[in-house]
Write a protein that binds this ligand. Structure first.
Ligand code: F6R
Length: 364
């Protein structure tokens, strides 16, 4: 059932426009210009903060969502790794919303955190891909992703479907809290509805990514930089690369470079910069130039305007479609997944079953 694809991961990367569209279908009412949750009358009243809990790639989806929730719904958000959450004795006020994100719905730390949050009087929302899982059963507000079965151990399509659901949740919460005009909601809905086509356009750059892969495959260490939601995407890019190619990679907030990691820069460390046009572009590019001034070899992932403005002197550039900043994480996920994939193929690692990893981590 891999069809013409060499690996499940590759197939799942290419399925994303379809499954994200499928997922969005149950969260958007495009004609009305509204978002809609599966439980339309879920009671968010009294929710004064959101606590996000997840592991791995699902955590990075939560991190992207934390920007959206604060920006749109103006609600304070905290986010924890599930394995840290319970043990720090978090202060959870009555009636808070605890949001769990999990492809499998069975990750032991996340499930234990969910039960802890329930015991502490939180309302429980869960973004889950496996509908029969424990987390799906135990949530008050189940927000399913419709990615279909994900077989590759490295999460790809489940991640972008999580982002789609989380964007809809942020817009919904914003409306309920009176922070979103009908006009602004209509705009969010139309941008989200454009995501599958933009992701498809990004997939058309597969060969360009493949051409960049050898530059990364020979490296021992790789850095990923971004700001705002693209900081979370930088962390996700680094995770994808290390888990399937076994190359050491780190994601960093671009502005933090000069506080230490810039000391690592030399011509042997490729630096992958995620910089879509938008509010963070100029600051990210100035951090990128600091890297280049120290001999760093930059691979810039941006759009036509971004590459025209900042591509000079880069080792390589990748030009994605111009997209609204809201959907940029869904679109920029594609090249970082493809890059990890092609690097792993060059290195000859077991792409679908990386060493030491399991698809579902059921021990704490
Ligand atoms: C990375 C990856 C893992 C999972 C993590 C959480 O590609 O697959 O980091 O994201 O183990 O798993 P779920 O989402 O099933 O809770």
């Amino acid at each position: 059932e891999r069809g013409n694809y060499r690996h499940f991961m590759q197939k799942e990367i290419h399925e994303q426009p379809l499954v994200v569209a499928q997922t969005l279908q149950s969260y958007l009412k495009p004609l009305a210009g509204e978002v809609a949750l599966p439980i339309p009358d879920f009671d968010f009243s009294g929710v004064k903060r959101v606590q996000i809990v997840a592991c791995g790639t699902s955590y990075y989806a939560g991190m992207v969502a934390s920007y959206w929730l604060e920006q749109f719904a103006r609600i304070p958000v905290e986010i924890d790794f599930a394995s840290e959450f319970r043990y720090r004795e978090p202060v959870l006020e009555d009636g808070g919303l605890a949001l769990f994100i999990s492809q499998s719905g069975e990750t032991a730390d996340t499930l234990a955190a969910l039960r802890h949050a329930r015991a502490e009087g939180q309302k429980i929302a869960a973004v889950v891909n496996v509908p029969t899982s424990s987390m799906a059963r135990e949530a008050d507000l189940l927000l399913p992703t419709h990615a279909g079965t994900e077989i590759g151990v490295a999460s790809t399509k489940a991640f972008t479907c999580q982002l789609a659901v989380l964007a809809a949740l942020a817009a919904n919460l914003a409306r309920v809290r009176g922070k979103l005009s009908a006009e602004a909601e209509r705009e969010i809905v139309s941008h989200l509805a454009e995501a599958p086509a933009a992701m498809n356009a990004a997939l058309n750059h597969d060969e360009a990514v493949q051409a960049i892969a050898p530059l990364v495959a020979k490296a021992r260490d790789v850095l990923y930089l971004g700001r705002g939601p693209d900081f979370a995407m930088a962390l996700e890019g680094a995770l994808k690369l290390k888990e399937i190619s076994y190359i050491h990679a780190e994601g960093y907030a671009a502005g933090e470079m000069k506080h230490g990691p810039i000391a690592l820069i030399d011509e042997h460390v490729p630096v992958i910069v995620l910089a879509p046009s938008g509010p963070y572009f100029e600051k990210t590019v100035s951090n990128m130039q600091e890297v280049m001034a120290r001999g760093g070899k930059v691979i810039l992932i941006s759009d036509a305007a971004g590459v025209a403005a900042a591509g000079d002197g880069c080792l390589a550039t990748l030009e994605l479609p111009v997209v609204h900043p809201l959907i940029a994480p869904l679109v920029y996920a594609i090249p970082i997944q493809l890059l990890a994939y092609h690097v792993a193929v060059l290195k000859g690692t077991d792409v679908d079953q990386p060493r030491n990893l399991a698809k579902s981590v059921t021990v704490e």
